[in-house]
Design a binder for this molecule. Structure first.
Ligand code: GLC
Length: 557
């Protein structure tokens, strides 16, 4: 594998709206990020991925862009962003922007123009279709619920939106549209961004003609998820190659794709030496237990399932590339609430989960607050929820016979708002996030879980993340952690997740006891060094390692 500058790095995702507000309007801003650069530097992360902060009506919190070239005034100005890039660079930190190019906002000038002249040039940037028998062209359901088609008032036309109706899909078949997107990407690269996280990108290739693609309804709303059509589309690779050649490749940009449901044989085309992207996220754990029916029917993941998902990804990717590892992001519940069983959100278990992420082969992406062990937010009523998809899923649950209390419980388990509550900097009223009223209320556990308290505590989750990052950059062990092969050890022992990382000069054994009960395991060799331990003294007797509940150790063997 050819070595790249980004292999050894650790990335940190910022959701600007919830990170740090310097103006008191209750919404985080770019200057707030600049203010916290030293914190990120001290943590040890070297890449920051910014969720969208472009002009947007915020129907989907910025994933609906109305001007690709301009920072939304609520987040600051372009000058603020350039300053952030400069200040980050001084600290050796690179900035990735979020690239949302499957769709834009219905308030984007292109779409406004298209609405004024639905048969004109600009309309060809989108998908406008004639109604069929007075109805939408087919029965696709958008990802956020309801039809994927929205009627254009006063016409017999509908436009396609895979996500919210305020997010019309862009027509990637149109070379003029593509060129405008490429120009915009190059414009940002010329301004010093190091690359992009690429949103919903597997959706840009559609199947045609649309009217021929009606599917069996998969819920009682008579609709069928649009992902069926996407999974049948042919020719995505040509579009992605064209995109890369016109933009990322000439700039040697770092790119991470939001890739779901790829066909296993496509993996080498997606990432690796000649891949469309530098890397992509490992969503194997994220999608475990999901189906098309809705959140109310999803199956919760157990530690055993989690282990199988990670091992499966690692064997699929092998050593041909480095995948981007996560336990959470702005679309998911908090990892420690989701992957650790209910009631097990202890400091030790949180450290264990982070260790499994950081020592799997890949590039770790931390989501803001993960490093202090932030947890899901309890919701007292659906009125407290902001997220479009959570509101839809609440209704889906009710329609399927759940009571309001049960539906709220489902939303609490999966809501994207869990990850979007303000960052907890200290234990003050608004957790040091804002002096005003936060746009989404702060998690009451900020009294205990916050940066200030954890920075002073050598045994905190935050201090553990710092240790893990230092180790990844360590002169002796760094190469093994980044490039070493991954090999499972005793995969069939319940409650145990252990694996080797074998490098040229060192072999590490990571052993994690994912349960409350203690357990022993036979060591595969003599212990040369103890690199990390979240529990008490290391207990080895007669070649057996004894682990306390939720203990994890990283050993050199
Ligand atoms: C991606 C984003 C998500 C957004 C969607 C539509 O999945 O991560 O937040 O809602 O795309 O842009």
């Amino acid at each position: 594998m050819q070595r790249k500058w980004w292999h050894k790095q650790v990335a940190y995702q910022i959701y600007p709206k919830s990170f740090r507000d310097t103006t008191g309007n209750g919404i985080g801003d770019i200057r707030g990020i600049t203010e916290k650069l030293d914190y990120i530097k001290d943590l040890g992360a070297d890449i920051i991925w910014l969720s969208p902060c472009y002009c947007s009506p915020l129907a989907d919190q910025g994933y609906d862009i109305s001007d690709y070239y301009k920072i939304d005034p609520r987040f600051g100005s372009n000058e603020d962003l350039y300053e952030l890039i400069r200040e980050a660079e001084k600290r050796g930190i690179k900035i990735l922007m979020d690239l949302v190019i499957n769709h834009c906002s219905d308030e984007h000038a292109w779409f406004q123009e298209a609405l004024r002249d639905p048969y004109g040039e600009r309309a060809k940037y989108f998908f406008f279709e004639k109604e069929v028998d007075g109805h939408a062209p087919n029965n696709w359901r958008s990802y956020f619920g309801g039809s994927a088609w929205e009627k254009v008032p006063g016409t017999d036309l509908y436009y396609l939106h895979l996500f919210d109706r305020k997010q019309p899909d862009l027509n990637w078949e149109n070379p003029k549209m593509r060129q405008e997107i490429y120009d915009m990407i190059n414009w940002w690269l010329d301004r010093g961004v190091a690359g992009f996280r690429i949103d919903a990108i597997m959706n840009i290739k559609k199947t045609f003609p649309f009217a021929a693609w009606s599917f069996q309804p998969d819920r009682n709303d008579g609709l069928s998820t649009v992902s069926q059509m996407i999974s049948k589309a042919e020719g995505l690779g040509d579009l992605l190659t064209d995109l890369k050649n016109h933009t990322f490749r000439p700039h040697d940009a770092f790119t991470v794709g939001e890739v779901f449901n790829e066909k296993p044989e496509d993996l080498p085309k997606i990432i690796g030496e000649e891949g469309y992207f530098s890397t992509m996220f490992d969503f194997n754990e994220t999608i475990f237990g999901q189906n098309n029916k809705g959140w109310y029917s999803w199956q919760m993941i157990t530690p055993e399932d989690y282990k199988k998902c990670v091992f499966e990804t690692q064997s699929r990717v092998g050593d041909r590339a480095l995948i981007a590892t996560i336990i959470e992001n702005h679309d998911e519940p908090r990892g420690v609430s989701h992957y650790l069983p209910e009631g097990e959100q202890t400091v030790e278990a949180k450290k264990l989960l982070g260790t499994l992420q950081f020592f799997a082969r890949g590039i770790p992406f931390i989501y803001q607050g993960q490093e202090i062990g932030m947890e899901n937010k309890p919701f007292a009523s659906i009125e407290e929820v902001d997220d479009v998809s959570s509101k839809d899923q609440y209704q889906v649950a009710l329609q399927n016979g759940l009571t309001e209390a049960e539906a709220l419980k489902v939303v609490s388990l999966y809501s994207r708002d869990n990850a979007r509550t303000p960052m907890q900097w200290d234990d003050s009223e608004n957790a040091g996030f804002t002096s005003g009223t936060p746009w989404l209320s702060v998690n009451p556990n900020k009294d205990v879980i916050n940066v200030k308290a954890e920075a002073e505590d050598p045994d905190s989750v935050l201090s553990w993340y710092k240790k893990m990052i230092r180790l990844r950059k360590d002169a002796v062990y760094g190469d093994t952690i980044v490039y070493g092969t991954f090999e499972s050890y005793l995969p069939d022992v319940p409650g145990l997740m252990s694996f080797f990382r074998r490098g040229e000069d060192h072999t590490l054994l990571i052993a994690a006891n994912m349960q409350r009960e203690e357990q022993d395991l036979t060591l595969p060799g003599e212990v040369k060094a103890l690199l990390l331990n979240n529990g008490g003294a290391l207990q080895i007797e007669g070649g057996r390692l004894h682990l306390q509940g939720w203990q994890v150790v990283v050993l050199e063997i």
